[in-house]
Design a protein around this ligand. Structure first.
Ligand SMILES: [Zn+2]
Length: 311
């Protein structure tokens, strides 16, 4: 949300007018409206609690196994395996109430629709912006809060206990995978939607969105074929920068002398690559692909039951 409005005369660049911060009743009213209008939209489209309408839900129709995983996940139930339909096991509480205790100001929760409006980012505070982006992009699981119990099950500790006191969720390995799959968005589903003047089709959008800086330095490769790197996306991160950001590995640092390495050639012929890797004593074959194990999900008409349908 913008913390103000853009307004102006036709043909001129819109001016930004800051507004006062919302108070708790404002945020509650937004949550109330979102809940009411979304549920009205569901009823209109025949999606919702009634069973007769569910055939119209395109997700249910096209990928019933995925829709089933989502539905069980939001209800805190298990969708596959021997405990299908049962509630996830928990510690510390009844496991009934999944909402954490409402604590912060400017937060509201109506029928499962939550609105949080207590974070504001003043202009040009890049570090605060980065913090928010990191929060939004955080991985689905904090590995340090996951532990293997003596019996072989997994316990995942909540960062904030649920309202009923639940502190841990107990899962088998397969149930954990099932819950992770439920976090993968459905095909072509957008997780971030812009609206108003920020929407991609908004007429005035180009006049308020800053222009990105011109393409800067790109990594230079040792070989002469430069056609690849001069494409319009050349300002994107280089391969080595991506490896450094994602895996925290400096792939161009020489492990022996600490100097900088340079790419001399790309070897694409598998037999040549294999010979070189074998000669250096490095792994030269990809790990074997394990076939997917059968679950009810694999019986879906959209899935041939072969390996890899969840990838
Ligand atoms: Zn070296």
């Amino acid at each position: 949300m913008l913390d103000g409005v853009f307004a102006g005369v036709e043909g001129e660049t819109p001016r930004f007018y800051p507004l006062r911060a919302p108070d708790d009743p404002d945020v509650a009213a937004v949550a109330e409206t979102v809940s009411r209008r979304t549920q009205a939209l569901w009823r209109k489209n025949g999606i919702g609690a009634s069973d007769d309408g569910e055939a119209e839900d395109p997700l249910m129709r096209d990928t019933p196994w995925l829709a089933g995983l989502y539905a069980h996940a939001v209800r805190g139930r298990i969708a596959t395996g021997p405990n299908t339909g049962k509630r996830l096991r928990t510690w510390g509480g009844s496991g009934e109430s999944q909402d954490p205790e409402p604590s912060a100001r400017r937060c509201a929760n109506v029928d499962g629709f939550s609105v949080h409006a207590n974070v504001s980012l003043p202009a040009h505070q890049r570090a605060t912006l980065e913090n928010l982006c990191r929060y939004m992009l955080r991985p689905p699981l904090a590995v340090e809060r996951l532990e293997r119990l003596p019996g072989g099950r997994l316990a995942y500790r909540m960062k904030t206990p649920w309202r009923d006191g639940t502190t841990h969720v107990i899962m088998s390995d397969d149930e954990l995978v099932e819950k992770l799959v439920a976090l993968v968005p459905a095909p072509r589903f957008h997780l971030v939607r812009y609206f108003g003047i920020l929407a991609s089709a908004a007429k005035q959008r180009p006049s308020i969105v800053p222009v990105p800086p011109p393409a800067s330095h790109t990594e230079s490769y040792g070989h002469r074929d430069s056609s690849e790197k001069e494409k319009p996306h050349a300002r994107n991160y280089s391969w080595s920068q991506l490896m450094a950001r994602i895996f925290a590995v400096d792939v161009l640092g020489c492990p022996r002398c600490g100097g900088r390495m340079r790419i001399l050639a790309a070897i694409e012929d598998p037999s040549v690559a294999r010979k070189i890797l074998d000669c250096l004593g490095l792994p030269s074959r990809p790990p074997p692909v394990a076939p997917a194990r059968g679950t009810d999900a694999s019986k879906s008409p959209n899935c041939d039951g072969q390996a890899g349908h969840l990838r």
